[in-house]
Design a protein. Structure first.
Length: 267
């Protein structure tokens, strides 16, 4: 608590009047902070908050709604506090347009200038010459050593087949990188993205994640626009990565999910 108070003084020049814990997933601590002057902000703690702040700034710069970054201090990032509301009938269509706008921002190569992590799971973002190589070497093969032998062998087989399954050089668009429905926050004005793990890559990665533990609402598909032919087949390849992350974080209960996506990928 004293660290939070010191960080608030450093960033806002004021004292804390109240703190309420918010849901922050399994990997971070998120609090809603009321300052003595009455201003309400959100504080998020963790070793990657400075990188998350830079990702949010890039997302906002692309015109995609996200919380404003207010400051960094003492291992905390302070964000704009958003008031959640049920999205209106046109909100999903607008979010489709916003996500398409995000994906239209082009990088020079696949990856990101900094590596990232989901808790103890390191996410390597170094560049690669083509997209199948990036997906194999940065998103699939790093998990093999921690998988049961049979499951790991299937992941290796899929990695070798990626040149036949994924486009070689899709436009490297700016991705949210962890776009499951729990990382969307609806307000009366728009659907905002939170908790990014951004890098440049195929926009279908975000689409696959958006359909992994839920699905976008009516109007999204029309707002975003039609994906390229063969999207449903690639969806399983892209969904395997978050499944492997869940295996590392939460154990064998997610083996069946990984096996399902491998089977859907033809392995």
């Amino acid at each position: 608590m004293e660290g939070l108070r010191a960080a608030c003084r450093a960033v806002f020049g004021g004292e804390v009047a109240g703190v309420n814990r918010l849901h922050g997933g399994d990997l971070s601590e998120v609090t809603r902070v009321t300052l003595e002057v009455g201003r309400v902000v959100v504080a998020k703690a963790g070793p990657m908050v400075d990188r998350e702040a830079r990702m949010l700034t890039s997302i906002l710069g692309a015109g995609c709604p996200a919380p404003q970054v207010l400051g960094l201090s003492g291992g905390l990032v302070f964000l704009e506090a958003l008031d959640e509301a049920t999205p209106g009938p046109d909100r999903w269509a607008r979010f489709g347009e916003d996500l398409a706008r995000l994906h239209s921002v082009r990088g020079d190569s696949y990856g990101w200038a900094e590596d990232y992590a989901f808790g103890p799971v390191a996410i390597r973002n170094g560049p690669a010459g083509d997209w199948p190589t990036f997906w194999a070497e940065r998103r699939l093969l790093p998990f093999v050593a921690d998988l049961p032998r049979g499951l790991g062998a299937r992941v290796e087989t899929l990695a070798r087949r990626l040149p036949d399954l994924l486009p070689r050089t899709p436009a490297p668009g700016l991705l949210h990188g962890d776009l499951w429905t729990g990382n969307l926050l609806a307000t009366a004005e728009a659907i905002h993205v939170i908790d990014p793990a951004s890098y440049f890559g195929d926009g279908e990665v975000d689409l696959a994640m958006l359909h992994l533990f839920g699905r976008p609402g009516p109007g999204f598909a029309e707002g975003y626009g039609p994906p390229a032919p063969g999207w449903e087949a690639r969806r399983a390849v892209y969904s395997l990565f978050p499944a492997l992350v869940h295996v590392r974080l939460f154990g064998a209960g997610y083996h069946a999910m990984a096996e399902r996506f491998l089977a859907a990928s033809g392995v």
